[in-house]
Design a protein around this ligand. Structure first.
Ligand code: A2P
Length: 269
């Protein structure tokens, strides 16, 4: 038996590049992460970003650049986002639920990739806030541990609760079947707050300039001969870090010409 289509029913418009939300976790009233299905043909390098979003009211999608927070081998894609109450995308994205659809454009790009760095001994990943997302991918990437003897992730946030996502990543790294053993030996995280008391306080830039970061970690100060640096944070942090690194003789790398440091702006809107 065939059923005639209901002429009153609105036609279902297929959403191009739609992926299904598999889980959502709210970390506090400003931050959330979510996982979506991954198209089977989608390839990316750990550390890259894609455009993701939702259909806008006029039908035109509202898309923003988001770092992929899961590693290249993960069957799902993870994203970590702020919630901006009047942000064109995040005011709506923060309300997504399991089973909803999110647009994920499958053209990955970005410079926070191991290929954009020259070989070195120690990898520094410097972040503020949601800038930790590409490093969430890279810290679970086996190549990170093949290429570097030591991997240090710093994250500076205003409040203690903003470090919860990073705390969780660090905890889960120990159990990671692919990199857990290497990470136990090579990976360290140095998390600080600036506007709320916590175990470690201060901007990472000040801690670099004062030398406290190196003293606390028991490593020599940044040196372009051995250290490689990836930066992902606010515009202000990125500029300050560039200045600090270039004063120490570091040169910026790109996919076409690897260097001693690479930088990208964290998602802000
Ligand atoms: P602070 O509280 O001292 O401004 P934001 O939420 O403004 O993006 O900042 C996130 C974190 O980054 C905050 O802890 C903030 O510290 C810190 N921060 C902002 N600007 C810089 C900078 N130029 N260098 C280092 N850390 C910064």
């Amino acid at each position: 038996m065939t059923v005639a289509p209901d002429p009153a029913a609105a036609p279902v418009q297929p959403m191009p590049d739609a992926q299904t939300v598999l889980s959502v976790r709210h970390w506090d009233d400003r931050l959330f992460s979510f996982r979506v299905t991954r198209p089977s043909s989608f390839r990316f390098r750990s550390g890259e970003f894609v455009m993701i979003g939702l259909p806008g009211e006029t039908g035109k999608p509202i898309l923003r650049a988001y770092s992929i927070a899961s590693p290249f081998w993960d069957e799902e894609l993870e994203f970590y986002s702020i919630k901006v109450p009047d942000g064109p995308l995040t005011s709506r994205l923060q309300k997504i639920k399991v089973g909803d659809q999110v647009i994920v454009r499958t053209k990955p790009t970005g410079t926070l990739v191991i290929d954009a760095l020259l070989p070195g001994k120690r990898l520094w990943m410097i972040s503020t806030g949601t800038g930790v997302a590409p490093f969430a991918s890279l810290m679970r990437e086996p190549e990170t541990y093949e290429k570097f003897d030591s991997v240090i992730l710093t994250q500076t946030c205003r409040l203690r609760s903003e470090l919860d996502y990073g705390d969780d990543l660090e905890r889960r790294l120990a159990e990671d079947p692919l990199v857990g053993e290497d990470a136990a030996v090579k990976f360290r995280r140095y998390a600080t707050t600036t506007r709320e008391t916590s175990d470690r306080m201060g901007r990472v830039t000040d801690l670099i300039e004062s030398g406290k970061l190196f003293a606390d970690l028991g490593v020599p100060p940044l040196d372009p001969a051995h250290d490689r640096v990836m930066i992902c944070g606010s515009m202000a942090l990125n500029l300050d870090m560039k200045r600090i690194l270039e004063a120490r003789g570091f040169t910026e790398g790109a996919n076409s010409k690897p260097g001693e440091y690479v930088v990208e702006r964290a998602f802000v809107d």
